[in-house]
Design a protein around this ligand. Structure first.
Ligand SMILES: Cc1ncc(COP(=O)(O)O)c(C=O)c1O
Length: 390
């Protein structure tokens, strides 16, 4: 069937984190990473069927659930997952917190790129773990890895884990097989566990490619925990259901025991049904979504070129989050954010929340109907103009 991503769906007063937490109701939210699109029909149908069944007792991951995960990653990522590698977690942010607790001791260190999705360092810091950043190099409007620094950092015996965001949020980069292997080898050789957050792995623009960490050579993949979920791909974040794929039985046992100590046994019933439907019958919707997102990206680039040429973007390979570079305006980052929010009434994510390296940037979410994207861009342009910045 054909989906219409231009449809405006009223999300105010729906208990939405994105739309119902603003002090000023006039503000247009383009920050948190969920989409303003209705989900795929097969998902709605499966959830309806469950609702009509009317019994919501304790539920287990069904045969269909496991087959859906295995089939999806085989079909779309050429990654062969064994059923016994699959563990669950309510979400990937909870997973980062759990893993910080299960695999790293207070006082030890976790390394990660900078900038990076802010819950990465939050998950460490909130558990009294030190964070060491491997600062990405901003080169030709793209982030590159400083491998010399990466290796030096990984050799610190107190660094116990590396949290990798792949594809990268906020830079939108997919990492090449060579880059992943190089990082993986350094970590494995230095006893640093790799946690690969691949939540955005399906949202790859045409002509770009994402490499799953699980498809790397066995000795590298064996030293990893890979976090996946249908939550970004299919707009199911509220179902709070994700999977950790852990091929190393010792690491898996340690994680499963940690979950058991927390008393977390099974995913929620709607999460099981939603994930199964998405990974089994969601391909057609996703293909259409990717075309729409790509057109939104083109719209954004054309708009900036025409009306705000001073603002550049980092060309994303993946994700519907675009890293906008305002540094040419030469304005303090907090002041910039306030102008956009208070005068423009458009809410982007502040670049500096992603770390020092994010200063001068703002992150925009383009997973919305094109008219909404245009409205958001108009607000950005008009507020910058009124402030005399463009
Ligand atoms: C890289 C990354 N990981 C995790 C999450 C959130 O995951 P969850 O909702 O499963 O906790 C996001 C959401 O934006 C994200 O961008």
């Amino acid at each position: 069937m054909e989906y219409n991503f231009d449809d405006i769906i009223e999300r105010r007063d729906s208990g939405s984190y994105k739309w119902d937490t603003m002090e000023d109701p006039e503000v247009l939210p383009m920050w948190v990473a969920d989409m303003d699109f209705r989900v795929a029909k097969p998902i709605i149908n499966a959830l309806k069927k469950k609702t009509e069944h009317g019994v919501f007792g304790y539920s287990i991951q069904t045969e269909e659930f496991y087959n859906a995960v295995i089939g999806w990653f085989d079909r779309r990522h050429n990654w062969k997952i064994d059923r016994k590698w699959i563990s669950h977690c309510p979400g990937i942010v909870p997973a980062l917190h759990f893993l910080s607790k299960a695999f790293v001791k207070p006082g030890d260190k976790i390394m990660m790129h900078s900038p990076v999705y802010y819950p990465f360092f939050g998950s460490a810091l909130k558990n009294d773990i030190e964070v060491v950043f491997n600062k990405l190099i901003y080169k030709s409007k793209r982030y590159e890895i400083d491998f010399e620094d990466f290796e030096r950092t990984a050799k610190d015996p107190n660094v116990k884990a590396f949290y990798l965001c792949s594809p990268h949020n906020p830079g939108g980069r997919t990492w090449s097989r060579e880059e992943l292997e190089r990082m993986g080898k350094i970590c494995t050789d230095n006893g640093v566990l790799v946690v690969a957050d691949e939540i955005h792995c399906d949202l790859v623009f045409p002509g770009r490619k994402n490499v799953s960490y699980g498809t790397l050579p066995e000795y590298i993949a064996d030293n990893s925990i890979i976090c996946v979920a249908p939550s970004k791909t299919f707009n199911l974040a509220g179902l709070q259901t994700s999977c950790l794929i852990i091929r190393n039985p010792d690491i898996k046992k340690r994680y499963d025991q940690f979950l058991a100590r927390l008393g977390i046994m099974r995913p929620n019933v709607y999460g099981i049904v939603g994930l199964t439907a998405a990974y089994t019958n969601g391909d057609e919707w996703l293909e259409q979504l990717l075309v729409y997102l790509n057109d939104n990206l083109t719209f954004l680039k054309n708009y900036l070129k025409t009306y705000i040429p001073q603002v550049k973007i980092m060309e994303p390979d993946a994700t519907y989050l675009v890293w906008m570079d305002f540094s040419e305006l030469n304005i303090d980052s907090e002041r910039l954010h306030n102008i956009l929010l208070k005068e423009g009434k458009v809410w982007l994510d502040e670049g500096y929340m992603f770390g020092e390296a994010g200063k001068g940037f703002e992150r925009i979410n383009i997973a919305c109907p094109r008219t909404v994207l245009e409205e958001g861009l108009n607000r950005i342009r008009d507020s910058l103009k009124a402030a005399g910045l463009i």
